[in-house]
Design a protein around this ligand. Structure first.
Ligand SMILES: [Zn+2]
Length: 162
């Protein structure tokens, strides 16, 4: 249970109600918004989602996906993790978590890969396509996810956006 103790101790918040109900309809949850440098990326554990809401790298999402704001990058990250789960992807077998967090080997491997190679991995591509497809073809849903996150973020005043 060392992985669980790491996850339990993260500085995290319940996702907005609208996000939780969207996820629940797909059999997904809990959904956590994590503001903690110990979690440098978003992950899923079974059907539970942990979104890294720190904004340090949000402009990568502008480059890759034309995200217009930090808040939109977080919505895309959420939908990406949902996409993995509804596509039935098992987790990355190289992802290791212990009580100190994600293994340094895994983090190093991810950082060494140029940004665009994310699309070389068919699972990553499928999960991103799930997110982008919702933005493209279900704009009302996407807007509602975006507005509810903006509202949540402004009320919580986390101050991590850069
Ligand atoms: Zn992914």
């Amino acid at each position: 249970m060392t992985e669980r103790s790491f996850l339990d101790n993260l500085n995290k918040y319940e996702a907005p109600t609208f996000w939780k109900s969207f996820a629940r309809k797909l059999g997904i949850g809990p959904v956590w918004l994590v503001e903690d440098p110990k979690l440098p990326r978003s992950i899923r554990i079974g059907r539970e989602i942990f979104i890294n809401i720190r904004g340090d790298y949000w402009r990568n999402y502008q480059l890759l996906f034309n995200a217009q704001s930090y808040e939109e990058s977080v919505v895309l990250k959420f939908l990406h993790e949902v996409g993995h789960i509804v596509s039935g992807h098992s987790g990355d077998p190289q992802l290791r978590i212990d009580e100190r967090g994600i293994s340094e080997d895994f983090e190093r491997k991810i950082r060494e890969n140029p940004l665009k190679t994310v699309f070389d991995n068919p699972y990553e591509r499928e999960a991103w396509n799930f997110a982008l497809n919702i933005r493209e073809n279900s704009p009302e849903l996407f807007q509602k996810l975006l507005e509810t996150y903006k509202d949540w973020y402004s009320r919580n005043k986390l101050g991590s956006k850069v």
